[in-house]
Design a protein around this ligand. Structure first.
Ligand code: GDP
Ligand code: MG
Length: 216
């Protein structure tokens, strides 16, 4: 077992205005994606215990930057540009959809995608597109149903079940996991931490455990 990641140590690393300007594809990273206002920045801030790390905004969608946060010199969190913002031109939307698709398919250091959706409005247009792209790229996806504090416990549980069922009907349940999350009262933070520790593990996959013989 590697030592668990200390998420409090996260620091801002770089903002890339385009794919070409992303940092080198060494090490590992996990990207956060979702509609504008889904709660990406809030989730990253909650996870890292740093209310100022990723900027949260009440006027969504203005910045279209890929923001990288370093957890160590080999591990990164990535805040992808939010999609679905109505006041962005069709051309800009198309361009960003191409970028997101390309990032998902081609980024060598990417280990998984955290897809955030407001628990009251899950699986909207383009959320499902992202799920299909990720599936095609064989990229594991973990869904956070955000703002779970807006529903009762029972209501949140029902919504989780309903989304799980839809994912299954889409034929994607193999590579998709999901949970409720609230940046406001920290619901689900530990579950997310555990998953990120797995995805961002620096141990080479398939390495024989110590004590095991590697051949006769
Ligand atoms: N009640 C509640 N509000 C949240 C939560 N997470 C985010 N918000 C609010 O939703 C809005 C958008 O959040 P933000 O993190 O900027 O979303 P982003 O556009 O996806 O980065 C802000 O007003 C946040 O305060 C949450 O867990 N609970
Ligand atoms: Mg944001």
């Amino acid at each position: 077992m590697t030592t668990p990641i200390n998420f409090r140590k996260a620091s801002f690393f770089l903002s890339a205005p385009s794919l070409r300007e992303c940092p080198p594809e060494t090490g590992v990273e996990v990207a956060f994606a979702g509609r504008s206002n889904a709660g990406k920045s809030s989730a990253i801030n909650t996870l890292t215990h740093n209310s100022k790390l990723a900027r949260t905004s009440k006027t969504p969608g203005r910045t279209q930057l890929i923001n990288f946060f370093a957890l160590s010199d080999q591990q990164r969190l990535v805040d992808l540009p939010g999609y679905g913002y109505a006041r962005v031109s069709r051309d800009l939307k198309d361009q960003w959809q191409r970028y997101l698709s390309e990032y998902l398919q081609e980024r060598q250091s990417l280990r998984g995608l955290v897809l955030l959706m407001d628990i009251r409005h899950p699986l909207q247009e383009f959320d499902t597109t992202m799920l299909h792209w990720a599936s095609r790229a064989r990229m594991p996806v973990h869904i956070l149903l955000t703002k779970a504090d807006k529903l009762s416990r029972g209501g949140a549980g029902k919504s989780l079940q309903a989304v799980r069922k839809q994912i299954k009907e889409m034929g994607l349940s193999q590579e998709v996991s999901l949970q409720c999350f609230s940046a406001l009262n920290r619901t689900g933070v530990e579950e997310l931490e555990q998953l990120l520790n797995q995805w961002l593990s620096l141990e080479p996959a398939g390495e024989p455990a110590q004590g095991e013989t590697a051949g006769q």
